[in-house]
Design a protein around this ligand. Structure first.
Ligand code: COA
Length: 322
């Protein structure tokens, strides 16, 4: 049987650093409040004239992932692009990456599942490779959250950053046993009843781009509970226990959500990868960015057992054991 494993990781964040002090100059907030309530110290925002966009950042991350996977871009069989902030309504970001990287004809599509988009995209990639769509899949998570922020709303404007992460997923034949490497299990969930607590209030119906709107406390309550539960479900599917886990790579939204979830899962804080302090919440880019940072820092190494989890607008949430 075939399974998929990650053979290359890449990331990109814009050069423009926006600190909490920078934000406190344009809105009624403070470094102390932001750090205490969220753990965020700074984030990167696209700057006018720097040439970046969701797709451009995605391409930069993808080039690194392809190089690190030691593959030829012409061998990519499938492109999946997770984002909530595409450059255009259409064409999708996936085909724009295909054009910019000059990847020959192959299926390319966007996954629109907000902060859990990367988890969903990996799941789609694994399933499609297993179904014979090819051997190599480029999965990108990228978002330009700064373009959707309402600078009059301090409760959301301080939370988000821009960036991109990418992985190359490769199919390999395996025995179907617990000892297999790669993606071991996936758990996905969504519940449209909570569509209003985290959304962007624009779109074709209103002919506006809109702004991100969030009931922060409500989202917080759902996040810890649902992230711990989906992680436990993914671990049960993979036949592993909390003690087996080397690293949790959580969606980087808020340090209190990250730590609360890990506590519920019975995972000690030192096994949790944290990048929220440097990037803020970068939505679909958050997990591949955190994976890249942890891998570059030598924290995550080959054969480590990793649980990664995310929740976002929809609500949609899920976890992967790899
Ligand atoms: N600076 C200073 N004060 C702020 C502020 C800011 N940036 N944002 C909100 N406040 C104020 C509020 O106005 C409120 O003031 P009041 O008591 O005078 O009305 C006070 O801080 C508390 O607001 P509250 O919303 O209850 O704070 P909180 O402890 O819930 O923290 C969030 C707010 C947004 C940080 C928190 O709810 C959160 O992280 N939610 C989840 C968000 C998230 O991660 N979403 C993405 C998931 S993908």
């Amino acid at each position: 049987m075939y399974n998929s494993r990650i053979s290359g990781l890449g990331m990109y964040v814009p050069e423009n650093i926006v600190t909490n002090d920078d934000l406190s100059k344009i809105m009624d907030t403070s470094n102390e409040w932001i750090i205490e309530r969220t753990g965020i110290k700074e984030r990167r925002h696209i700057k006018k004239g720097d040439g970046n966009s969701t797709v451009v950042m995605g391409v930069k991350a993808a080039k690194i992932a392809i190089e690190r996977a030691s593959i030829d871009k012409d061998d990519i069989d499938l492109i999946l692009f997770a984002t909530l902030s595409p450059d255009y309504y259409f064409p999708g970001s996936g085909v724009l990456v295909q054009e910019l990287l000059e990847i020959p004809t192959c299926p390319a599509m966007d996954i629109r599942n907000q902060c859990s988009g990367f988890i969903y995209a990996i799941s789609v990639g694994v399933a499609m490779l297993r179904d014979g769509y090819g051997k190599k899949c480029l999965v990108i998570g990228a978002d330009s959250m700064s373009k959707l922020l309402d600078w009059e709303d301090r409760s959301t404007a301080v939370l988000f950053g821009d960036g991109a992460g990418a992985v190359v997923l490769e199919a390999y034949s395996c025995s179907g046993e617990k000892e297999d490497r790669g993606i071991l299990s996936v758990d996905l969930n969504s519940d449209g009843n909570y569509k209003d607590i985290l959304h962007v209030d624009g779109g074709v119906a209103s002919k506006t781009t809109g702004y991100l709107r969030m009931e922060g406390r409500e989202v917080f309550k759902h996040a810890v509970e649902k992230l711990a539960r989906t992680s436990e479900k993914a671990m049960a599917k993979a036949g592993v226990k909390s003690d087996d886990v080397d690293w949790v790579v959580p969606h980087q939204a808020n340090i209190r959500i990250i730590q609360g979830t890990a506590r519920k899962m019975g995972i000690p804080d030192e096994k949790v990868i944290k990048t929220v302090q440097d990037h803020g919440n970068t939505s679909a880019a958050s997990i591949p960015l955190a994976l890249s940072v942890a891998s570059e820092a030598g924290q995550i190494v080959k054969n480590d057992l990793i649980v990664t989890e995310a929740i976002g607008g929809g609500l949609a949430w899920g976890a992967i054991v790899l």
